[in-house]
Ligand binder design. Structure first.
Ligand code: PEP
Ligand code: MG
Length: 578
């Protein structure tokens, strides 16, 4: 029976495919499709892991102290039995063969199916066996982790991830294009999960409450990423309509490719810079492919996220930054210092920091955390500075609000340079340092920033969150997250105006910069540097090529003078036609 669910549109386009439901535990493993010739090897890998776990359990049993409670032996026997159970072993192998899942994926999938059955069993003893199965599967997964081959991303073009929630770090594993779309129960438009979905250029809807409860594994679904609509089990005529729209959009995208090499300037000849936002060094290639003239925001925290028990060393960070800088081949690369906290927790930092805070978005986040961990911060600064030898590097600092924070940061940058001098390591002495303007206090105290820093970058995602007191990752208040709220527009316009007056370069690197419906508004406010995900770049460029700055001035002034919703809508309407 067809039904429709509504959520928040976060990444444009239409995806049509089978639902793949991901349980939270299953997110910890890689998901990729294997090719036909790899099936036997994958099954072999599974058997080897099973044999290893069997050996482990045998040893455990043999080493049991003579006076150990009898239940201990019985417990190990149960685990040995489970390890050989057809429901676990044979069904997992069947999934590898029929669905071409990699073994970790097949095993967690089968585990999910088995445990679902257990939840329905009345008998308490049997229900408790669920934990045993999970423990055995975990042992096998650990054994597999010891010998896991690099992920090979197959080309399945018809699976759509459906999950209760996906952490930003977990989204990274989807960078291989195995999936065609995303649907989550939770999340807001600029939650970091949504941002990564957009960077993948894959249609996505978040905040689709109950999606993971109502959609079943393998249901045919349509994700309309433009409207946040998910259609489950669509009627043939609806499917036909969406298939048609999907091909029209693909055609549009191909047409946009023609703009890739044309210079970015308005009809009146004003030159505009289009930079890319990246999460990983390899994303720099997508930036170049889309025609970006630099990286305006490298969110380095993603490098830190998948380190379970430690932070990456200086050398490891340096190699990653150098890679992005070298790929960009002389074009500027703006590397933002680590911005963890709020919806971007770090596995490697225990629970005594921001993770236990009642309001993590207002807590020890971003530069606040960096300044509280000077050794960690100095390590990152040295790594960034060293990468500056290989191209043009700028340092961007998130969430600054106080003069002392700026001064402390600049002191630490000087200290990092001194340490590199002592070690005889090279860096560009003229690396520019800039601040994110993403707290209203910063936007309202600009002279403090303009006097001390080389450039500014407006982080509209957080600026909106903090101006409107809306948690950007909370779908319950997502309808109040409004980039067009007069207070937000005033802060952006004010920042652009004052920076321009002071001769300090300023960009916008929040999601507003990548929304083609806001391009004219930002241009009219005087923005000349936009930074966005590569997948959004050509649409924004198309808007720029069609715009004439002079014609935007009056309607933008009207937008900024509008404090009533109807007035605002009318002014925006005039701006669209200008
Ligand atoms: C922002 O806040 O607008 C921004 C670009 O940074 P992030 O989304 O990583 O917080
Ligand atoms: Mg931010």
């Amino acid at each position: 029976m067809p039904f429709t669910l509504h959520g928040i549109p976060v990444s444009r386009g239409i995806a049509i495919g089978r639902a793949y439901l991901i349980a939270p535990a299953a997110l910890d493993v890689d998901h990729y499709l294997i090719e036909l010739p790899q099936i036997e090897g994958e099954i072999e890998r599974f058997r080897a892991a099973l044999a290893l776990v069997e050996q482990e359990l045998d040893t455990l049993r043999a080493d049991l102290a003579a006076d150990a409670p009898t239940e201990m032996g019985a417990f190990i026997d149960v685990h040995l039995m489970i390890l050989k159970d057809v429901m676990l072993v044979q069904e997992t192998i069947d999934l590898i063969r029929t669905r071409r899942f990699n073994v970790e994926w097949a095993l967690t999938e089968q585990l999910e199916r088995l445990t679902r059955h257990f939840d329905e069993v009345e008998d308490e003893y049997l229900r408790e066996r669920k934990a045993d199965i999970e423990q055995v599967a975990e042992r096998v997964l650990k054994a597999l982790a010891g010998a896991s081959p690099a992920a090979l991303h197959g080309g399945c073009d018809e699976m759509i991830v459906v999950a209760h929630d996906i952490a930003p770090a977990d989204m990274l594993q989807f960078k291989g294009q195995t999936f065609q779309g995303f649907v989550t129960d939770l999340g807001g438009r600029t939650s970091h999960t949504a941002i990564v979905a957009r960077s993948l250029g894959i249609p996505a809807a978040v905040g689709v409450q109950q999606a993971s409860a109502l959609i079943r594994q393998d249901d045919l679904i349509i994700v309309d990423g433009d409207h946040g609509v998910v259609i489950v089990d669509p009627a043939p005529i609806v499917l036909e309509e969406y298939t048609y729209r999907q091909s029209e959009m693909a055609l549009e995208r191909r047409k946009l490719q023609r703009l890739k090499f044309s210079p970015t300037q308005t009809l009146c000849g004003a030159k505009i810079e289009l930079y890319a936002n990246i999460e990983l060094p390899e994303d720099a290639q997508a930036a170049l492919d889309a025609g970006a003239t630099g990286v305006g925001l490298f969110r380095t925290e993603f490098l830190f996220m998948n380190h379970k028990d430690r932070l990456p060393e200086e050398e490891e960070q340096f190699v990653a930054y150098r890679r992005a800088v070298e790929l960009m081949n002389g074009l500027p690369v703006t590397i933002r210092t680590i911005d963890v906290g709020a919806d971007k927790p770090l596995d490697s930092i225990g629970g005594d920091g921001y993770e236990t805070a009642a309001n993590p978005a207002l807590g020890l986040r971003a530069i606040r955390w960096s300044l509280s961990e000077p050794q960690m911060f100095l390590t990152q600064l040295r790594a960034i500075l060293r990468a500056s030898v290989y191209g043009t590097v700028k340092i961007l600092v998130p969430m600054l609000a106080h003069a002392q924070q700026i001064d402390q940061t600049l002191d630490l940058i000087r200290e990092a340079k001194r340490q590199l001098d002592d070690a005889g390591l090279a860096y560009d002495p003229n690396v520019q340092v800039g601040a994110m303007i993403e707290i209203p206090a910063a936007a309202l105290a600009l002279p403090m920033f303009l006097r001390r820093l080389d450039f500014l970058s407006i982080g509209t995602n957080d600026l909106i969150q903090y101006t409107l007191a809306i948690d950007r990752a909370d779908n319950a208040v997502a309808d109040l997250y409004d980039p067009l709220h007069p207070a937000v527009l005033q802060l952006i316009a004010h920042t652009l105006r004052e920076a321009k007056r002071a001769g300090v370069p300023v960009s916008v690197c929040g999601e507003m910069a990548g929304d083609p419906q806001l391009t004219r508004l930002l241009l009219g406010m005087g923005l000349t540097e936009f930074s966005m995900h590569p997948s959004q770049l050509l649409e924004v460029k198309q808007e720029i090529l069609r715009s004439q700055i002079k014609a935007l001035e009056k309607p933008v002034a009207d937008v900024l003078a509008a404090y009533e919703p109807e007035e605002l809508q009318a002014a925006l309407g005039r701006l669209a036609l200008a």
